[in-house]
Ligand binder design. Sequence first.
Ligand SMILES: Cc1cc2nc3c(=O)[nH]c(=O)nc-3n(C[C@H](O)[C@H](O)[C@H](O)COP(=O)(O)OP(=O)(O)OC[C@H]3O[C@@H](n4cnc5c(N)ncnc54)[C@H](O)[C@@H]3O)c2cc1C
Length: 395
Amino acid sequence: MDYSLAELPDEHLQLKNMVRDVVERECMPLELEYLKEDLYDELKPEHEPHLRKVSQDTGIWDAHVPKEHGGGGMGILGLCVIDEEIYRSAVLLPKSPVNVILYECNDQQAPTYLEPVIRGEKRTAFAQTEPQSGSDPGGSMQTRAVRDGDDWVINGHKFFISNSLACDFWMLQAVTDQEKRRRGGITMFLVDKGTPGINVTEIKTWHNRPFERATCEMTLDNVVVPHANILGEEGYGFRLGQQWLVVQDRLTRGASSLGQMQRSLDMSIEWARQRQSFGKPIASRQAIQWMIVDMFIDIQALRAMTYGAAAKYDAGDTEGDSRYLGSLIKLLSGQWGHRCLDNALQVHGGIGETYELPISRFYRNQRHARIGGGTDEMHRMVLARWLLGRDVTDV
Ligand SMILES: Cc1cc2nc3c(=O)[nH]c(=O)nc-3n(C[C@H](O)[C@H](O)[C@H](O)COP(=O)(O)OP(=O)(O)OC[C@H]3O[C@@H](n4cnc5c(N)ncnc54)[C@H](O)[C@@H]3O)c2cc1C
């Protein structure tokens, strides 16, 4: 059941329906196997090549990649439409993992860093957070890069960096001007895996990510990176990081939450209609009806907001309201997604906690969504700044 409120353009609606068919045909049948092994985020080697080929053959793979980079040019709205459908399943159909800030690669960098990532031949990781610097990276980042001729020497410590074991290179932020910091003093470096001086160790979390996708701690001891590996402009790596976070990490989290929320609603309706207690379906009880209605309300509101903000961004609002809408959607997708999954778990009772159904897996994802990519509190701070002005909020 899809109660979309948003008026999607025809080509996006067709894309959405096509991704839905592919996910239902190719991914859903594998789901039980992945749930029982508590696998998520990574496809098994026996499934990955086939699912990647299906994604490429249908054009889903690079539908969101701009036309000038050889993709379908469906924009951030296209990415949202694809993600909503992909995330309905606990087995994720692969798509090009390109990060929007890699489009900043210059002509010398693109063949090594941008193009192989678009094709899915290389993987990246985004390294911002540090042990003492999570919510306030601009103010408290300690990792330093010092110029040495044609190179930079980086020393520091990064924490909670996802995909570090599987990536081919990091997009890593380091302080290059202690005075300027977030306003011209943090630079983004493309750091190759295997560069001497880097040590990576896994941090175990309740996501139970497979080794390759694990979240990691990373130390950098006199790591030498060529000046040519600066992504974008020297000193403007913080702004670049924000650009990715706002667009790809925050706005599209609305869509990935929606996929899990809609699937949970569909499952809750089906379960409530057939599960009996005291001689009647639980769907006949108002307590259950209201939980289902509340889930529906959250989904409708989030979908309208997410698609609306994505369309605004595609229409050219990349620096204005979209930045704040990204925070709004990130905040609400985590809060409403978590609330929606909590309701789904309650409607299902004990069966919701088993590995037979994707509910508890989705629940963990949605709870994490209130922390990763900036906590609820940080997004409230961004929104307060927007509403009240920096003059009173930045003190
Ligand atoms: C599974 C996982 C994967 C991750 N992947 C990555 C990654 O790939 N790359 C990366 O760079 N980072 C990654 N992170 C880090 C993530 O972005 C941070 O955990 C997040 O930004 C919060 O920072 P913190 O954990 O240091 O919390 P803290 O900053 O220590 O905050 C702790 C609590 O205090 C609150 N708080 C802090 N300051 C204020 C304030 N001024 N007012 C009110 N409340 C406040 C916070 O909202 C939070 O509730 C990941 C984290 C996890 C758990």
